[in-house]
Design a protein around this ligand. Structure first.
Ligand code: MF3
Ligand code: CO
Length: 249
């Protein structure tokens, strides 16, 4: 395993790609409405990426066919946009997008309501977003990836939800996925130490029911085994002497 630390000028470049991802997700979120297909969202995301002068990071990555992952309800991650997947009121949809600009990657995800939320689903989204905030808070020089994972896991499980194990956060830089892996569970003090200049994508995937996952026949879409709803939020974070810096906002 080799973890690459970034200079401050590299981190500036990653802030630019991160800012583009943010704008792409905002534009895509605006397009979420009952009756829209996830392919409609794909088109919005692709247009925005190109308009902002970046390139999609996901399309062609291990032959993934799209620029966006759009995962509805019980789908955890890597839902492939399709004309046949039409959003309806009461759904939640996770939007995950990555771009590359000037050789540096940005990667972020949000989960949004299609139209009105039950209190239960509102809680799932709030807890997942808050667990990401706590993970980011723990992303400090001298801490470890286990501290990040433990912070995420503690909040999620204390709210009666569960953390997905099969997919994890990751280092990011001149590649979409770099070392180290950043699980959303763990033991404080365990795992690789975080150092000044490391950049990691923290991305809790939280299930309302059990943590088990299943892969659909398309070989991409991961769903909850028990059919329960799942939410996903992701930010890229630089670890600096002055504390964590979110690059994707
Ligand atoms: N945010 C996800 C990740 O970091 C998305 C990867 S989708 C892929 O793993 F298509 F690029 F594989
Ligand atoms: Co990621």
């Amino acid at each position: 395993m080799s973890i690459v630390c970034k200079s401050s000028s590299e981190i500036d470049k990653m802030r630019r790609s991160g800012h583009i991802v943010r704008q792409v997700l905002e534009a895509t979120k605006e397009a979420v409405a009952p009756g829209r297909s996830t392919m409609d969202l794909e088109r919005v995301a692709e247009r925005k990426i190109r308009d902002l002068g970046a390139k999609p990071a996901f399309k062609g990555y291990y032959d993934y066919p799209c620029v966006l992952c759009a995962s509805i309800n019980n789908e955890i991650v890597h839902g492939i946009p399709s004309e046949r997947r039409v959003l309806k009121a009461g759904d939640i949809v996770s939007l995950d997008c990555g771009v590359v600009l000037d050789g540096y990657y940005g990667d972020s995800a949000i989960t949004v309501a299609v139209d009105g939320l039950t209190p239960e689903l509102q809680k799932l989204l709030d807890v997942t977003r808050e667990s990401l905030a706590l993970g980011i808070e723990a992303a400090r020089v001298g801490n470890t990836t286990g501290d990040v994972g433990a912070a995420v896991q503690r909040l999620v499980e204390s709210n009666g939800f569960s953390v997905v194990r099969e997919f994890v956060g990751h280092g990011i830089g001149t590649k979409l996925h770099e070392d180290p892996q950043v699980p959303n569970y763990g033991t404080p003090g365990h795992g690789p130490k975080l150092r000044d200049g490391m950049v990691i994508a923290i991305e809790p995937m939280v299930n309302m029911g059990g943590p088990e996952t299943r892969l659909l026949d398309d070989k991409w879409t991961a769903v909850t085994q028990d059919g329960s709803y799942s939410a996903h939020f992701e930010h890229c974070v630089a670890i600096t002497k002055n504390g964590p810096v979110i690059l994707t906002e």
